[in-house]
Design a protein around this ligand. Structure first.
Ligand SMILES: [Zn+2]
Length: 109
């Protein structure tokens, strides 16, 4: 299965769900991923469960419910834009997230 770039998920959440009162699901994120050029041509199922689990562990995503394969989340804190000093990637982090690491180059942020 093709792996999904964690930064793509962060951007989708920032652009569409960046509010601590908004509930959103992995299915909704998948809908946005499927509109992106790098993913929409793929026939395979996109695999981003690991990415979401890491975001739960870091303190960004708050899992609130699960119904079969649909998982629902809220944000603990809203995301703010950040730029990696090492590679220049524009990304997004929640204030409370631990060990902020660039999703592209792995540098500490
Ligand atoms: Zn970087």
């Amino acid at each position: 299965m093709p792996k999904v770039d964690g930064n793509a998920i962060r951007k989708i959440i920032f652009d569409n769900f960046n509010d601590i009162d908004v509930r959103f699901s992995n299915d909704e994120m998948l809908g946005y991923l499927n509109q992106m050029d790098q993913y929409k041509a793929l026939d395979d199922v996109l695999d981003f469960e690991d990415v979401l689990l890491d975001m739960e562990k870091s303190g960004m995503l708050r899992p609130i419910a699960q119904n079969f394969n649909t998982r629902y989340y809220r944000l603990w804190n809203t995301l703010t834009p950040a730029k990696c000093k090492a590679c220049g990637l524009a990304t997004y982090f929640a204030l409370n997230e631990e060990s902020k690491v660039c999703p592209k180059c792995g540098a500490k942020m």
